[in-house]
Design a protein around this ligand. Structure first.
Ligand code: FAD
Ligand code: NAD
Ligand code: ISD
Length: 434
């Protein structure tokens, strides 16, 4: 049988893929022109929900409620949406091989397809502790979280072990969000991470101390410093405790591990230029092969405002990069061009009653304001990062939409500051001027 051929193929069915599909439709797409291949069993959804609303003890978010593009205020795209638009959505279909030169791909089941233009959007997966040889790390009861099946397994485990003990290994995004969910579900939570404070990729020690204090106030025990050296396992092969390098052993009915992400580069490895652990793209998300684009977590793109090449593993960039790549593809077909991607980095998180947003770059000195007196009941404070006398990044906990917009504006404007003391005293009102 002749191989099926598509004008456009997206490999990966996550956030960037879903937003790219919407942009193809917006720009004008004929039935049968676009196919999406996804290893997941469900149509693209807003992944952030998995570590927040999906794990809520009551009124939990469930599909189809959080299919893209609801996370940015757009319409929901359930599987029927793709059918209506003439898009072939190949779910449960892992792509095992892409041949850039031949413009073909093959699924794990051995079916081959051809394409004219490829967008790779396979995102990242989690780093497993078994990769660094931690004994017992593959025991039952040890959970990681990236896709919906893993979230379902965690929901079932939280129900089965209600009132039990949970250990969260890692103090990054997954660690902070999952510790809160486990606690809200009634488990007795211990967090353990090797660094001196949580969220070390973003937070200053001062910022971290607020979140750690807040979590402790919720009854969460935090063990900072020790490394996880192994797991104790019961006779059935289920985890029963976490072993630490300070000699302590922490009992656990459930373990959740969040020790970082790994970009899924396998399909294009060795075929296009790589950078920063992903693939090097230009300001239109085009790789060194002109008919191959890479978006989302995998793209090492020119971050114009910082004159740097970066990869960003956050949802706002996944959405915007998917859209931008499609706009560039469609413009090129008409012999036109669009402005290069000019991104203001934006990350956020929510846990318990807390909610923060960050814009820009966390380089230079972090100047935290409003921190004194900040507590569970009054948690509005922020941090400006200042380098060479200029604002580089802005963080706000507990902001209103208007206040968060001010943070985006000040991070984009990168104004000069007077003294750090003045900045600290001005707090939010400094950003209000931009
Ligand atoms: P993904 O959304 O991960 O999608 C990749 C897709 O490709 C997946 O469906 C995967 O199954 C599929 N795939 C992989 N390999 C293949 C293959 N060989 N063949 C076919 N399909 C394949 N960011 C924030 O800014 N805020 C948040 O609150 C936030 N919360 C998060 C919560 C969780 C639990 C996780 C895991 C991430 C969170 N992020 C958050 C990060 C954000 O979700 C990611 O940066 C974003 O999803 C990346 O989009 P992507 O399209 O590149 O990859
Ligand atoms: P992360 O990089 O944010 O945090 C990893 C944490 O694990 C760090 O605290 C680090 O010190 C710790 N760590 C590293 N090695 C360890 C080890 N051997 N033992 C114990 N701790 C160790 O990564 P993550 O939290 O796993 O998140 C995975 C991916 O999901 C990332 O791409 C992240 O951006 C994304 N994510 C983002 C959000 C958000 O933006 N709100 C939410 C969830 C997930
Ligand atoms: O936490 C989130 C988030 O940022 C999303 O985009 O959940 C999703 C949707 O808002 C869930 O409806």
């Amino acid at each position: 049988m002749a191989e099926k051929s598509y004008k456009y193929v997206i490999v990966g069915g996550g956030v960037a893929a879903g937003y790219a599909a919407r942009e193809f439709v917006k720009q004008g797409l004929k039935a049968g022109e676009l196919a999406i291949f996804s290893a997941e069993k469900v149509a693209p959804y807003e992944r952030p929900a998995l570590s927040k609303g999906y794990l809520a003890p009551e009124g939990a978010a469930r599909l189809p409620g959080f299919h893209v593009c609801v996370g940015s205020g757009g319409d929901k795209q359930p599987p029927e949406w793709y059918a209506e638009k003439g898009i072939d959505l190949h779910l449960n279909t892992q792509v095992s091989m892409v041949d850039v030169q031949q413009k073909s791909l093959t699924s794990l089941a051995g079916v081959s397809y051809r394409f004219s233009i490829l967008i790779l959007a396979t995102g990242s997966t989690f780093t497993k502790l078994s990769e660094s040889g931690v004994p017992g790390a593959d025991a039952r009861g040890i959970y990681y979280l990236r896709v919906i099946d893993e979230a379902d397994a965690l929901v079932a485990a939280m129900k089965a072990k209600k009132d039990g003990a949970a250990v969260v290994v890692g103090g990054g995004y997954i660690g902070m969000e999952l510790a809160a969910c486990l606690c809200l579900n009634g488990l007795k939570v211990t967090m353990v991470y090797p660094k001196p404070f949580c969220m070390p990729r973003l937070f200053t020690a001062d910022l971290a101390s607020f979140y750690e204090g807040y979590y402790e106030g919720k009854g969460i025990t935090i063990l900072k410093g020790p490394k996880t050296t192994g797991f104790e396992i019961d006779a059935t092969g289920h985890v029963k405790a976490v072993k630490l390098d300070d000699g302590s052993v922490v009992p656990a009915d459930i373990v959740v591990v969040g020790v970082g992400a790994k970009p899924l580069v396998g399909l294009l490895h060795g075929q296009v230029v790589e950078d920063k652990g992903g693939f090097k793209v230009d300001g239109f998300f085009r790789t060194s092969a002109p008919h191959v684009y890479v978006v989302g977590d995998l793209a090492a793109f020119p971050l114009k405002m910082f004159c740097d090449i970066r990869r960003v593993e956050h949802v706002d960039h996944a959405r915007k990069s998917g859209i931008h790549a499609v706009q560039a593809i469609k413009a090129a077909e008409e012999g036109k061009t669009i402005p290069e991607y000019d991104y203001l980095p934006y990350f956020y998180s929510r846990a318990f009653e807390l909610s923060w947003q960050f814009y820009g770059d966390n380089v230079g000195e972090g100047i935290t304001w409003g921190r004194e007196g900040a507590c569970a009941a009054k948690s509005k404070f922020g941090t400006y990062w200042v380098k060479d006398g200029k604002i580089m990044g802005a963080f706000l906990e507990g902001g209103t939409p208007e206040e968060n917009k001010m943070m985006a504006n000040v991070a984009k404007a990168q104004p000069c500051v007077g003294s750090n003391d003045e900045l600290c005293a001005a707090g939010l009102s400094f950003a209000a001027k931009f």
